[in-house]
Write a protein that binds this ligand. Structure first.
Ligand SMILES: NC(=O)c1ccc[n+]([C@@H]2O[C@H](COP(=O)([O-])OP(=O)(O)OC[C@H]3O[C@@H](n4cnc5c(N)ncnc54)[C@H](OP(=O)(O)O)[C@@H]3O)[C@@H](O)[C@H]2O)c1
Length: 265
């Protein structure tokens, strides 16, 4: 297992680095000595983060603005990264969002765009980076899922199911890679203070206000698990307890409880 210090000089590609967990991944990985490639749509945010990081750490930071929900956008971006002579040692597939509301009320174009990002961009980046990592027999992939992945999530039906995809995909991949020095770890955060709820169009419920974690802690948990090459980690003891207790319930009960937690104010 590598420790924090041995990441020095590695290059990390972080998607969704313009806010929330992604920006925090950038801060913590830069503090470990990683060079960074930051991706998101809002270039001004990425540039501001770049300036902040360059002022604090002796690392290089590249900003690559892109809309990853566009078909094959990951492929175009990855080709540009390789053409610049860079290799990705750490891939953090963090970009993602949810849409709050009952499935029947969400227009298909919006939902399709979300799924392009939450599922297809994750898979495509993984496939591209993995091929190079396997050639070097070295690398880390960190997928950001959600505790919503562990049960049916009414009011976030498609988002929750997309995160289940990410969870199972990542855990299966970690097993396939067990004899290599490449690993895939899935981080499942619970409610975290980022722009997530605002983007999803949800006012925080009582449960969300009580359970809210801060990004630095969630990211620390994710990076620690990644360095240990664990298949999966749930952020925070209370969230882990909820995930564990869900396993003892019939899924229709879990769905009913999840619905209450997402709607009671
Ligand atoms: N916060 C939570 O409660 C929570 C809980 C469980 C899981 N998560 C997961 O954590 C991850 C990070 O979310 P967050 O909480 O940090 O939310 P956030 O603050 O809204 O950040 C989401 C990031 O994704 C980027 N993004 C969105 N659409 C994009 C697109 N089409 N192309 C490229 N980048 C795009 C955003 O940048 P631009 O808008 O600039 O493109 C932003 O940097 C997501 O995968 C989310 O599902 C969050």
């Amino acid at each position: 297992m590598k420790n924090r210090a041995s990441l020095d000089g590695n290059t990390a590609l972080i998607t969704g680095a313009s806010s929330g967990l992604g920006a925090e991944f950038a801060r913590q990985l830069a503090a470990m000595g990683c060079h960074l490639i930051l991706v998101a749509r809002r270039e001004h945010r990425l540039q501001a983060l770049r300036q902040e990081l360059l002022a604090r750490h002796p690392v290089s930071v590249r900003v690559l603005p892109a809309d990853l929900s566009e078909p094959d956008s990951p492929q175009t971006l990855y080709a540009a990264i390789k053409a610049a002579g860079l290799s990705v040692d750490i891939l953090v597939n963090n970009a993602g969002y949810g849409i709050y509301g009952e499935h029947a009320t969400i227009p298909w174009p919006q939902e399709r765009q979300m799924l392009m990002l939450d599922i297809l961009a994750v898979m495509q980046f993984t496939k591209l980076a993995l091929a190079d990592m396997l050639q070097r027999d070295s690398g880390y992939i960190l997928q950001v899922s959600s505790i919503g992945a562990y049960q049916p999530s009414p009011t976030y039906a498609a988002y929750g199911a997309a995160k289940t995809f990410v969870l199972y995909f990542g855990e299966a991949l970690n097993y396939e890679l067990r004899k290599t020095q490449v690993s895939c770890t899935v981080l499942s955060p619970g409610v975290t203070a980022t722009e997530f709820l605002q983007v999803a169009g949800q006012k925080p419920t009582l449960y969300q206000r009580l359970m809210m974690m801060q990004s630095p802690e969630v990211v620390r948990i994710g990076l620690k698990a990644m360095l240990r090459r664990k298949p999966s980690v749930v952020a925070g003891r209370l969230n882990a307890l909820m995930v564990w207790s869900n396993r003892c319930l019939p899924r229709r009960w879990s769905a009913a409880i999840a619905y209450r937690l997402m709607t009671l104010r």
